[in-house]
Design a protein around this ligand. Sequence first.
Ligand code: PGA
Length: 253
Amino acid sequence: MRRPFVAGNWKMHGTRAENAELIEALLLGLPGEVQVDIAVCPPFVYLWEVGRLLKDSSVALGAQSVCAEPLGAFTGEVSATMLKDVGVEYAIVGHSERRALYKEDDALVARKFVAAQSQGIVPILCVGETLEERESGQTMDVVSRQLSAVLDVAGVAAMRNAVVAYEPVWAIGTGKNATPEQAQEVHAHIRSAVAAQDATIAAGLRVLYGGSVKAGNAREIFAMPDVDGGLIGGASLKADEFLEICTAARPSG
Ligand code: PGA
C-alpha cells in the first residue's frame, strides 16, 4: 500500500512573514492522524527558517532544485550537502520550468537526481509533455525518455527512494488540469516502465500528479489507482486550499 504524498511547490513566492503565517495556519489545520506524507518546498533562501517552523511537525521540508555538483566554484548554486545540512528531506528535480527556462536537459536532471540521493534526499522527479507534444501523440514517448534518462544513470533500485511527479506542462499554472483519466493513463505508463525493470519497486513507487490541482478537483484525480498524491503549485500558497488537498489525498478520501 503506497502512502499518499502531497508536496507544495511554492516556486518564487513568499516573504518571511507570509511563510510564517502560512506554516502556522497549516500546522493548526492539520488533523492529528494525517495518513498522508506532506512536504513544502520553499525557495532556497527560506529553507532554514521554514525548517525551524516545521520542527517536530509531520510536515517535511523540500527544496525546489539541487546542484548536480557536490561542492566548489558554482556561483549561485546550492549543493545536496547544504540542503541536507538545513534539514531538507526532498528535492524537486526536472521541474518543467527549470527544463524550459534554465535549459536543464535530461542528462543534467539525472545528475541532480543522483546528487540528491547521495545525501539521502528523496528526489521528486518531474516528467511531462508540452501541449504540442500531446497534440502530436508523443506524450508517452516524452515521459518514457525523461524517465529512462534517470533509470539509465541511477538504476531502477534508486526508485525505491524517489518519487515521480507527472506534470503535463500545459496544465501547470494554467488552471487547466489533466482529466483524471488522462493522468491515470500516463501514471500507469510510468509505473509499467519501472515495472519492466522491477515489478516490486514499481508497485511501491509513488507517482504524483501536478498541474492546476485545487481543492475542487483533487479528490477525483487522487481517486485514480495509479495517482498517489500531488505536487501542488499555486494552491499550496493558501493554507485552507492546501489542507483540503491533503485531506483529499487520504486513503479514506
Ligand atoms: P500549479 O503548479 O499547481 O500551479 O499548476 C504545479 C507545479 O508546477 O508543480
